[in-house]
Ligand binder design. Structure first.
Ligand code: CTP
Length: 412
């Protein structure tokens, strides 16, 4: 094996026996094409859905289900030991039960017991099976032990049924795997937000003037979505309150779409009731038109346009910071400034009363819609953390790096 080969991150793709096994082929293809060395370990039932030939051809390795093949290589131990990440996709109710109870009756369950790397489960099953208390307890056990079990998506299931239990988009599972691998490679605690519920607001609010017009802003939602995706990859349960963002739902994140500032306030406060941390990354309109006209406003050639009167919207961040609906809750705000960035940021941190304030400079061609960001994170205790220009995901991880120890301090 040459050096480059050894440097490729090693991923075990465990496939258990569900119809979504065919979607795992797409995940496998993305992993191999982006330079990962993937060993597929299907269960015997998984081979009813997708055959050994497909897994072998796409991965470039044999895909065996039993511990009795190539015994001299001790595969039941070696595959798990050598892995940088194990992802079980799809994970059936049966597989979750076996993993939670430490059973080891085939190659995949043996691999799960010997793996010392991060483990991701992407469950797919019928709603009844997912909601069954036995499955829920198994999921809770696996999460408590540090595994990442993503919430299944809601949608069409096998046959005519719809509900929760759908296999998440393989593209989003791939994105999650990359995040987990990246943190593992840095030697960082991968699932330091396990057992935590975090709420993130993202995007921008729109304040309607009439049925076709609104007052809005340029926020794309990318920073808030990056915060939600990175928190999920660190094991948190995530509620993402999304204002008008046209971005795919990050895997395992509960997305609540909203339109106006008042709708955002309602959704954020509801989710915050049992949240450990709330991050207000959304650009919330400070004002809204005082009057909403139910029919389209027409121009009248003979008359000048009517001025638009604005009224103040509720300040969600200030309200969250003042009320602290849950003791010890960590509240984070964002400040988008065009001038006197740090001075304005410090004044805003004091005014809003939050624990952390991410201050960044914005402009017509800066930050909005871009995949990169640069910021200084101000803390109520006076510390300042500069975050150099880089991907919005890196800024998101730095935010969670600052939130995590504050949560630990506040552990009840
Ligand atoms: N925010 C909020 N509710 C509002 C306005 C803003 O929760 N009605 C939150 C934003 O989500 C962000 C922070 O407050 O986390 C800062 O928003 P910003 O608009 O920059 O601050 P303002 O207080 O509105 O100050 P100004 O517009 O005067 O700079």
């Amino acid at each position: 094996m040459d050096k480059r080969e050894r440097e490729r991150p090693r991923v075990v793709l465990g496939v258990s026996g569900g119809i979504a096994a065919y979607k795992a082929c797409e995940l496998l293809r993305r992993l191999t094409e982006s330079g990962h060395d993937v060993r597929v370990v299907p269960t015997a039932s998984a081979l009813h859905f997708v055959g050994e030939a497909t897994w072998s051809a796409l991965s470039g390795h044999p895909a065996t289900t039993e511990v009795w093949e190539s015994v001299h290589e001790v595969p039941h131990v070696r595959i798990g030991q050598a892995a940088d990440l194990v992802v079980v996709a799809p994970a059936t109710a049966d597989m979750l039960a076996k993993a939670a109870h430490g059973l080891a009756d085939d190659l995949l369950t043996n691999t799960l017991l010997t793996a010392r790397c991060p483990v991701v489960f992407a469950p797919a099953m019928h709603t009844e099976m997912w909601e069954n208390p036995a499955t829920q307890e198994n999921v809770a056990t696996l999460r408590r032990r540090g595994a990442i079990v993503v919430e299944p998506a809601v949608g069409r299931l096998t046959g005519v049924d719809t509900g929760k239990g759908r296999f998440p988009d393989p593209v989003e599972i791939f994105a999650l795997c990359r995040r987990v691998l990246a943190r593992g490679a840095q030697g960082a605690a991968v699932t330091d937000l396990t057992g935590r519920h975090v709420v993130v607001s993202a995007g921008g609010t729109r304040e309607p003037l009439d049925p076709v017009r609104y007052l809005g802003n340029r926020s794309s939602g990318k920073q808030g979505y990056a915060l939600a995706a990175t928190a999920a990859a660190r094991g948190a349960r995530v509620t993402l309150v999304a204002g008008n963002a046209e971005l795919p739902d990050p895997v395992g994140v509960d997305v609540v779409p909203v339109g106006t500032a008042r709708q955002m306030r309602e959704a954020v406060l509801k989710a915050a009731a049992d949240a450990d941390a709330v991050v207000m990354a959304a650009a919330v309109a400070d004002f809204r038109p005082a009057v909403y006209t139910t029919v389209k406003i027409k121009k009248v050639d003979s008359r000048e346009p009517e001025p638009i009167t604005l009224v103040r919207n509720p300040d969600i961040l200030a309200e969250l910071s003042a009320d602290r609906v849950r003791p010890g809750q960590v509240v984070v705000g964002f400040a988008a400034e065009t001038d006197d960035v740090l001075a304005n940021g410090r004044a805003k941190l004091a005014r809003k009363g939050c624990d952390l304030l991410v201050v960044n400079e914005v402009g017509e061609h800066k930050t909005f819609g871009s995949a990169e960001n640069e910021a200084v994170i101000l803390a109520a205790d006076g510390t300042e953390t500069p975050v150099p220009y880089g991907p919005k995901e890196a800024l998101a991880d730095t935010v969670w790096d600052l939130v995590a120890p504050r949560l630990a301090e506040n552990r009840r």
